[in-house]
Design a protein around this ligand. Sequence first.
Ligand code: NI
Length: 173
Amino acid sequence: MSVRPILRMGHPVLRRRADPVGDPTRPEIAALVEDMVETMQAAHGRGIAAPQIGVSLRLVVFHAPLGDENARGIEDAPLTVLADPVIEVLDPVMESDWEGCLSVPGMAGVVPRARAIRYRGLDLSGQRVERVAHGFHARVVQHECDHLDGILYPQRMADIGTLRFLDDESFED
Ligand code: NI
């Protein structure tokens, strides 16, 4: 296991459509997921996609634990591994909220996302995972799965003018 470098916005691997995982029970996939989890936790992220550490596979890891110090009424999503995820929008009404990304360090922006989705994928044992997600949980999954299609959150922003630096304390929201 190791903490891997996180690719930043502009890297070509972040812009391409990732390849299917296929069989997620292969040992190299388990090793990759260990690195993804360790890298995500070291960077205090809530999710990471394999392309962010330079592996162009359709594989994401995320969690949104209750009691998080930055929580804003979020719903619980346990640490989840999803291979070859598919998202179905259940409620197309868009909700806007702040997002950040480990590949866009030090910044945040307001991003509209569908407020309710169903997602499906495979876990590391090859079992099907299927969940309905609302709110923050739905937002994290949409954000991570976008990475698999080469999309970073600024490309989803309705108003790029809300993009800001997190360390700028010279003004009030
Ligand atoms: Ni991200």
